[in-house]
Write a protein that binds this ligand. Sequence first.
Ligand code: F6R
Length: 271
Amino acid sequence: MEVIIRPNVEQASELTARLIAARLRSKPDLVLGLATGRTMERVYNRLADTHRNEGLDFSCCRTFNLDEYIGIPPEDEHSYRYYMNHHLFSRINIDLANTHLPEGMAADLHAGAVRYEHLIREAGGIDLQLLGIGEAGHIGFNEPLSALRSRTREKALTPVTRQQNAGMFGGDPDKVPKRALTMGVGTILDSRELLLLATGEAKASILAKAVEGPITAMISASAIQLHPNCKVIVDEQAARELKERDYYDWIFHNEPEWREFRDLTSVSRSP
Ligand code: F6R
């Protein structure tokens, strides 16, 4: 794992978008795993800018989102399908037929989850999986005690997560669905590369536990320590409780793989 600390949320988001863009340029038919949530909005703004200003081409890209609420139809503004169309897909040249989310409205949720795993396998597996981290320590909606080998399945959301996501439901945690379909921790770990972005003070404590603490099913994000190709991008606020930050900084400033990303005066500038 590598942890890269950027001075602020804009630069952390921009670095994340630049890494995704670099992977897409070197593999135009990239299979890209996506996340939703407030953290990703800046990343999707940057990607849309890069498409518009530099012609970043998504025409052959296929995407798989981590999760979807159960019982919220795709056209509802609270669904993650709506979020993805709004924040990214409608702003780039992706074929919507190549974009996938778990079927939160499937009559048979278990069969829908099995189909999702099958679709990912049929696409050749996920090349790069983008991740956020929840205050409950989740990746996707893998709430505490999610098996580290779990696959796509139905999961009940914790009160912490429903409170965290209440903002998108008029501030009322009771309006946040109680259940979601989510890729499992095992599904996520099968991706060839992981890229986790965490920003803001509210994530500092859980991020330090996930990165520097023991691997535990109580914090599903700690499972990223098992992955041989994982990058964690954080801003100063989210980095606050990390103990080994001097080492992490040294890596970013000295390792050749980061050379092209050290100069962050790129073209994209939307908020
Ligand atoms: C959503 C997802 C979640 C979020 C996490 C952080 O698709 O995978 O794990 O990444 O809950 O959400 P925000 O960015 O809203 O703090």
